[in-house]
Write a protein that binds this ligand. Structure first.
Ligand code: 13P
Length: 249
């Protein structure tokens, strides 16, 4: 049985002191047996959060990683550096990075390999744009993105990937996918992984839904057979809301 995983994606929010204050409020509360709780925070806050999370069951994640270990890449952060900090997860290929920072499927795949090289666990984001959904291309888009992200991974690595299905039109809009529609796409994505590897690998992969997840709808998503958690933006920023998400999972 897959362990549900609730991950907050803070995006470009919170200073170090705000992050530490948030953590002190959720500590002991956003820790529920049988649910994995992860905070994916800005780079600047990671050292303080990793320190604060010691002795708790809350894992800390980054929101991006460069695919090289080091080099002349001004402004970038590598897997070596994240591992050195004690970070456990890293979000890769979020739609905002694909849209605003030109991350291609090929770059996403390189970043997935870089994360495994440094024993970081990738949360790989896939999902369609509104036009693609309206054109009936949702599953095709998810198939292309998923196959590209997994290229060259062993079955053992593949089983550890967390996929986040985030329909782009549902991000930050309050327009969430129905749980049935999300289940339909996520079940399809699991089938893609089964096709690339085998059923056992596909059964091990955790697949989250993301896009306007709130404390009042999280349980509905998690109630679907193939939905193993949520990647949450806005509703992960307030301690009470984050605690409610983890409790609701
Ligand atoms: P919201 O929860 O704010 O819609 O953001 C979703 C998201 O992009 C998480 O990665």
């Amino acid at each position: 049985k897959r362990t549900p995983i609730i991950a907050g994606n803070w995006k470009m929010f919170k200073t170090v002191s705000e992050a530490v204050s948030f953590f002190s409020e959720v500590k002991g509360k956003a820790e529920v047996a049988g649910v994995e709780s992860v905070i994916c925070a800005p780079y600047t806050t990671l050292p303080a959060l990793v320190e604060a999370a010691k002795g708790t069951s809350i894992a800390i994640g980054a929101q991006n990683v460069h695919f090289e270990d080091n080099g002349a890449y001004t402004g970038e952060i590598s897997g070596v550096m994240l591992k050195d900090l004690g970070v456990k997860y890293v979000i890769i290929g979020h739609s905002e990075r694909r849209a605003y920072f030109a991350e291609s499927d090929e770059i996403v795949n390189k970043k997935v390999h870089a994360s495994f090289k440094h024993s970081l666990l990738p949360i790989v984001c896939v999902g369609e744009k509104l036009e693609e959904r309206e054109a009936g291309q949702t599953k095709d888009v998810c198939k292309v993105q998923t196959e590209a992200a997994f290229q060259g991974l062993s079955a053992a690595q593949a089983a550890e990937v967390v996929i986040a299905y985030e329909p782009i039109w549902a991000i930050g809009t309050g327009k969430s996918s129905t749980s049935e529609d999300a289940q339909d796409v996520i079940g399809y994505i699991r089938g893609i992984v089964a096709g690339l590897y085998d059923q056992a690998t596909a059964d091990a992969v955790r697949i989250q839904y993301g896009g306007s997840v709130k404390p009042n709808n999280v349980a509905e998503y998690l109630g679907q057979a193939d939905i193993d958690g949520a990647l949450v933006g806005g509703a992960s920023l307030e301690p009470a809301s984050y605690i409610a998400l983890v409790e609701g999972a």
